[in-house]
Ligand binder design. Structure first.
Ligand SMILES: [Zn+2]
Length: 419
């Protein structure tokens, strides 16, 4: 027979309700210029009464944390010791942080909250960082090739004598301000909350029961930013800025799979970012965990097979159609939220944008950032099997300085078959 104590531990609160708002829960005023009036996002689990957000930290890793706790290896009462964890460089605050429409999918004040919300920490609030900044050296074969070919030269600063590139990297967890998300998608907040609730299998009842809680930390992948040169220069429109906004493609980025241009385009962006920094400018690579156009890798591989087995073989003319047949949608990346990461760094002008995607370009320009030059991937960097994707995208209106194939010429662009 269980004791009272055990019963209490097993008692599960399915959802809190708006009429049971705890006095410990701090008010959040998204976009307020004064961090103390804006308030910290409290999504830790150590004191449920102090929470003012739905969901919890670490994105998709929430589930792994639960496994560690279930296995008895991790105490749910653990609170991080944030001593010495702060950013080595100063980032913000920028005017973009004070506009509740500019940044809606991350929490700029989640960077070093121990500095912004010192008083709350002293009162015992368990506020967790949702952004972290550190430094690293990159050792990349393509960059070594570029140095050997004479396109880049070590300068001892940006590129070390041993060919390492010195960078600053920033990890950003998703923190969604739901009214702002809804506004950008042009839907009612209530409708968005209901669909998020049902499509996650009812995972977050507070999306429905707590309309007073406006912030949700969704269980999705994070974003990583690599900065070449001085991070403080990113917000200065007079300093040349080269930028690649890249959506994760594990098969190409890490394993060198040749059906797409992801790794070559990423490496070209890194080379140019380093080169720009060496000239006194600054480079930024933003890497979003949106695998397979945010449809996931299983869907992506199914599409590859459907493309390669269709009558007439893998063809640029039917590239987007095959994705839609399998996935139900051509693309689920919602570039509308991508520029938030650029606004975190106060970026107002990009001199060289490494992207051919019209969706990315329109989202960036639509968010108020000026783009001077658009840089497409050089033809010699495109793997043979990736020409299907490249020609299909150009035919669909992606940016290019080269020719755009149509009709029969487009049909003739073929990829490898399944053997
Ligand atoms: Zn790819």
């Amino acid at each position: 027979m269980s004791t009272n104590h055990d019963v209490r531990k097993e008692h599960v609160v399915l959802a809190t309700h708006s009429n049971l708002r705890y006095p410990e829960s701090l008010t959040l005023d998204w976009g307020n210029k004064d961090p103390m009036k804006r308030g910290p996002v409290v999504a830790s689990q150590t004191n449920p009464k102090a929470r003012n957000a739905i969901g919890t930290h670490s994105g998709s890793y929430t589930v792994y944390r639960a496994l560690s706790i279930a296995s008895g290896k991790f105490s749910p009462a653990h609170r991080p010791d944030l001593h010495n964890t702060h950013s080595p460089v100063k980032i913000g605050p920028f005017p973009s942080w004070f506009d509740e429409t500019k940044i809606v999918s991350l929490d700029p004040w989640g960077l070093d909250p121990q500095n912004h919300f010192k008083g709350h920490f002293e009162k015992g609030y368990d506020i967790r960082p949702s952004i972290a900044v550190t430094q690293a050296h990159l050792q990349i074969p393509e960059i070594h090739d570029a140095i050997r070919a004479g396109r880049l030269k070590p300068d001892g600063k940006i590129i070390k004598e041993n060919m390492d590139i010195k960078i600053t990297k920033v990890a950003i967890e998703p923190v969604w301000f739901l009214p702002g998300m809804a506004k950008r998608l042009n839907v009612e907040e209530g409708v968005l909350r209901r669909i998020l609730f049902t499509e996650s299998g009812g995972m977050y009842p507070e999306l429905i029961t707590r309309p007073d809680l406006k912030v949700w930390l969704p269980p999705i992948g994070s974003t990583t930013v690599y900065i070449f040169g001085n991070p403080e220069d990113l917000s200065n429109p007079n300093i040349e800025l080269s930028c690649r906004v890249h959506d994760e493609c594990n098969g190409s980025d890490v394993f060198g799979s040749d059906i797409c241009t992801c790794r070559p385009y990423l490496m070209y962006g890194i080379e140019h970012a380093a080169e720009t920094a060496q000239k006194g400018g600054v480079g930024i690579i933003a890497y979003y965990r949106k695998e397979g156009r945010a449809l996931g890798e299983v869907t992506k591989f199914l599409v590859y097979n459907a493309r390669k087995r269709q009558e007439g073989g893998d063809s640029a003319a039917t590239y987007f159609k095959r994705t839609e047949c399998v996935a139900g949608v051509e693309d689920a990346r919602f570039q509308e939220f991508m520029p938030d990461v650029l606004h975190l760094f106060g970026i107002t002008k990009i001199h060289n944008l490494h992207s051919m995607s019209n969706m990315k370009y329109n989202a960036i320009v639509g968010s108020g950032i000026e783009v001077v030059n658009r840089i497409s991937i050089p033809a010699e960097l495109i793997p043979a099997d990736a020409n299907v994707e490249m020609e299909a995208k150009k035919a669909a209106g992606y940016f290019t300085e080269g020719e755009v194939k149509k009709g029969e010429d487009l049909q003739k662009v073929k990829g490898r078959e399944i053997t």
